[in-house]
Design a binder for this molecule. Structure first.
Ligand code: ADP
Ligand code: MG
Length: 593
């Protein structure tokens, strides 16, 4: 038998490697921007056309490349950042594999112009499908400009696999934000189809956050800072009132690198336990500094995953830092200092014999039997580190529906705790969570709608302003919003005027409603879900919230509408809406309490 093993030609090998490094325009953006940062740039421009399909250009004023390097940088394993294996463990740069430019050049038409600061003339190189077509001297500003044209031009399968422009642009925008947040000492600009989306000047972290996310964020964040031998951290965490139902603005960095670290993310979220409603998530922008010897960033090719040697300690420090910020700042504005509660530390009179304190305890109490309450409950220290992620609860398949049709309504309902609607049914005691139930009702109503809802004209139309990128997303959502009764029209730069809202009695906070709808919609673009994101977002925002007092008629309406739903047991986000306690269960309750 003859030999059958071939060595792949370099160009094929590069194309295969390219698939791992560059899977969509946003990943090319990431690599190019990180190279610019590694080159010490103080100003980086990102220019994209057609969400990066036609053009991704990154222009920097960094160190530039020599004539030889300008050619060499496109070769595989070409890197100026490591020379020997040991360097791998002392990395302070973003890139080090020497793969990115080779990969990008293998699947696009690339034009490089670069000049070092001590050279009069620069070098221009044109590469296509991995082959250098042309190299010449050129006059150009010091620094580097790389244009990546027609990404995946020679990999049609991948090109066809790209999502709509709005999806790809959302990914690029997210990449841009992640990088810009970590490098406040660098100015950035971002143009999409010749429109400026962001112009970020050198700033501190708080300013960078508001430049990226809007001025409203000024009021939404607390500062955190903590220093120890294991970790130094600083940043901002969201105030409890601004917790959202999506894990939107969660940015965690280690040594200037954006990371995804579910357990450290949970450390922050746990600091909010009991302070924010179920299934709400805080926003955060947190920078960790850890000695490079104590982390391993090289476990994932795109390097958003990191392993920490001192993970448990960092978890505890991070959680404590967030708690401190929440406690320190939120208490002082809420609780007025009452001198009468001051503890009296005056010494006891001479000869005073204190009573031995009597400790009362319940000998039957077993902490391991305790049920956690619905709101997340008190944190048990045993599961401090490894509590299951509550968000993994899923709505069960519809065939599991129970109880069967409940034809009868309670004659009277009462509202308990601003949250529960309670009433008697022939089968037992009905308990309905008003907010979740209303979300379910609205969600099914919105999804079922095939013609436009009857809008209710606003007496005073409301103008809402967004970031340029969000304004663009909203343009895409207008027809769907109109179907739900929200009429918004473009009104100058990045603004919309809303002239009508759905005719269902709720007067929503429009700016917030639209902002959060956009956020949910963007999240769904990046992580497609089986739910209609717009209906879900609207249902969540329009539903009656916890704490709202309902009259008898409103309670009856919610119960009746809920019973008519296809899946009355669960809210659209998969939480229980209702329960019926049977006679037997009620007996058990009364006997065990
Ligand atoms: P890596 O960043 O992992 O080293 P890349 O393929 O991204 O690999 O880049 C290869 C090399 O090209 C870099 O190590 C660097 O020397 C050079 N280079 C790339 N982009 C730039 C830039 N914008 N400015 C200066 N040098 C650059
Ligand atoms: Mg690189």
């Amino acid at each position: 038998m003859s030999d059958i093993i071939n060595i792949l030609p370099e160009s094929v090998a590069n194309q295969i490697a390219a698939g791992e490094v560059v899977d969509r325009p946003a990943s090319a953006v990431k690599e190019l921007m990180e190279n610019a940062l590694d080159a010490g740039a103080t100003h980086i421009q990102l220019i994209v056309k057609d969400a990066g399909r036609t053009l991704i250009q990154v222009v920097d004023d960094g160190c530039g490349m020599s004539e030889g390097d300008a050619r060499r940088c496109f070769e595989r394993h070409a890197t100026s950042k490591i020379r020997q294996a040991n360097d791998l463990f002392a990395l302070h740069t973003m890139g080090f594999r020497g793969e990115a430019l080779a990969a990008i050049a293998a699947i696009a038409q690339v034009e490089l112009q670069t000049r070092t600061h001590d050279n009069e003339l620069g070098t221009a190189v044109t590469v296509e499908g991995g082959r250098i077509l042309n190299q010449s001297a050129c006059s150009t500003a010091p620094g580097t400009s790389i244009s990546v044209k027609n990404l995946f031009f020679n990999v049609p399968a991948r090109r066809n696999f790209l999502k709509r422009d709005s999806v790809e642009l959302s990914h690029i925008e997210e990449t841009f934000r992640r990088i810009a947040l970590a490098h406040c000492d660098v100015a950035f600009s971002f143009y999409s189809n010749d429109r400026p989306l962001y112009e970020l000047r050198v700033a501190n972290l708080a300013q960078r956050i508001t430049h990226l996310f809007g001025d409203a964020y000024k009021e939404r964040l607390y500062y955190i800072e903590e220093h120890s031998d294991i970790v130094s951290l600083h940043g901002y965490v969201g105030k409890i009132d601004f917790a959202r139902r999506t894990r939107g603005d969660q940015y965690l960095y280690v040594n200037g690198r954006f990371i995804k670290h579910p357990s450290l993310g949970a450390a922050i979220e746990k600091a909010y336990a009991d302070l924010i409603p179920d299934r709400h998530y805080p926003g955060y922008f947190v920078m960790l500094e850890v000695h490079p010897d104590r982390i391993d960033v090289n476990i994932h090719p795109t390097k958003t995953e990191v392993r920490f040697i001192d993970e448990h300690a960092i978890f505890a420090i991070l959680r404590a830092a967030v708690k401190k910020a929440l406690g320190l700042y939120s208490l002082d504005s809420r609780i007025e200092f009452d001198p009468s509660t001051e503890i009296d530390f005056s010494p006891a009179p001479a000869g005073y014999i204190p009573h031995e304190p009597k400790i009362q305890y319940n000998s039957a109490y077993n902490p391991f039997n305790e049920h956690r309450s619905a709101g997340g409950g008190r944190q048990q220290w045993e599961n401090f580190f490894d509590e299951e992620d509550k968000s993994s609860a899923h709505e069960p398949a519809p065939q599991l529906q129970l109880p069967p049709q409940e034809p009868v309504q309670p004659a009277t309902c009462i509202q308990v705790g601003g949250r529960w609607i309670v009433g008697a049914l022939p089968s037992g005691l009905l308990i309905v969570d008003q907010q979740r139930a209303h979300e379910r009702i609205l969600y099914e109503r919105y999804c079922a709608r095939n013609d436009d809802a009857s809008p209710q004209q606003l007496l005073f139309p409301v103008t809402c302003t967004f970031s340029p990128a969000d304004a663009e997303i909203l343009a895409e959502l207008l027809p769907a919003l109109r179907r739900q009764g929200i009429i918004a029209e473009p009104f100058g730069r990045n603004s919309y005027v809303v002239s009508a809202v759905p005719d269902n009695g709720c007067e929503p906070q429009l700016q917030q409603l639209l902002q959060e709808t956009i956020a949910d919609y963007k999240a769904s673009l990046m992580q497609p879900a089986d739910k209609d994101p717009l209906c879900l977002a609207l249902a969540r925002r329009m539903a009656v919230q916890q704490g709202v007092t309902l009259c008898q008629e409103e309670m009856q309406q919610i119960v009746a509408d809920l019973f008519r739903c296809q899946t009355p047991q669960y809210s659209p986000s998969g939480q229980r809406c209702m329960a019926v306690l049977s006679d037997q269960e009620l007996t058990e309750v009364i006997n065990t309490r």
